[in-house]
Ligand binder design. Structure first.
Ligand SMILES: Nc1ncnc2c1ncn2[C@@H]1O[C@H](COP(=O)(O)OP(=O)(O)OP(=O)(O)O)[C@@H](O)[C@H]1O
Ligand SMILES: [Mg+2]
Length: 252
């Protein structure tokens, strides 16, 4: 159904002592949308994503997915519902190859593949989409930053989620890798996946997101289409800066 809300949060709040990391944020993501989240360092983007997938406890407020209140569910139960994530600080399983790392994603995803050969088949398919086939037997310790970011994405994709939460998967990528990751995200979206995307690479997030939410000091200061976000005074003074606006006007 068009415009159906697949994920929403009401007054989602996370405090660490006196710090309001995320403060009363209302948000809603539509089915098959690419929903971007931007904001300065420390704005609360990763914290919000961690509350959605259950790796961080919600202090107050609620999160709903496909009509189910998933607030403070355990991460594995949320994964089984079809939500997977990447970590900004990459978390490969050490002492294993790339293929083994990605196979684990397949074993713990929505489909709960129990056959190891099937899990590897799925992992190989995903690795090929990320141009990592040649490295499948490489120990994860030997991968560079960009390859580790793609491993995060591969593991999340291997879980075959309906909703993918991506936390700065483009950071540290060469311009060529960046293009490929953007293309892949758009492709996944065309295949029916809903995508929540945190990114500092403005060119990328502005061009592929359908809507963007802006966080600042834990609070939502805007939610709109990218073209309106880049003209929003609050967003310009909190995050984008006038230089960005001049540059994007020149490029327009
Ligand atoms: N486990 C924690 N304990 C205490 N404070 C935390 C914890 N995790 C995050 N914070 C704080 O919460 C705030 C929001 O952090 P968060 O990592 O969500 O920001 P972010 O928007 O993802 O930033 P960045 O763009 O740098 O990744 C920051 O002030 C951070 O220091
Ligand atoms: Mg972050």
């Amino acid at each position: 159904m068009k415009d159906e809300i697949i994920l929403y949060g009401e007054k989602v709040t996370k405090t660490f002592g006196a710090l309001r990391a995320v403060w009363e944020v209302d948000f809603s993501v539509r089915r098959n949308e690419i929903f971007g989240i931007i904001g300065p360092n420390g704005a609360g983007k990763t914290t919000l994503l961690s509350m959605i997938n259950g790796t961080l406890h919600v202090t107050r407020g609620s999160i709903h997915y496909k009509g189910i209140n998933i607030t403070n569910w355990k991460p594995h139960r949320i994964a089984e519902l079809g939500i997977s994530r990447t970590f900004q600080i990459v978390k490969p399983f050490p002492g294993m190859t790339l293929l083994e790392n990605v196979s684990i994603g397949a074993l713990f995803g929505k489909d709960k593949i129990v056959n190891i050969r099937k899990a590897q088949e799925r992992a190989r398919y995903v690795l090929s989409r990320l141009n990592l086939t040649e490295k499948e037997q490489a120990p994860v310790e030997t991968l560079n930053v960009s390859e580790r970011k793609r491993l995060e994405l591969a593991r999340a994709m291997a879980m075959d989620p309906d909703l993918i939460l991506l936390d700065e998967v483009m950071a540290g990528s060469s311009p060529a890798d960046l293009e490929k990751i953007m293309e892949l995200i758009v492709e996944l979206n065309r295949e029916g996946k809903t995508i929540l995307l945190i990114e500092h690479v403005m060119k990328a997030i502005m061009s592929i997101s359908h809507r963007i939410m802006v966080l600042h000091h834990g609070e939502k200061i805007a939610e709109d289409k990218p073209e309106n976000i880049s003209k929003n005074d609050k967003v310009i003074s909190a995050y984008l800066g006038s230089k960005y606006v001049k540059r994007s006007q020149q490029n327009a």
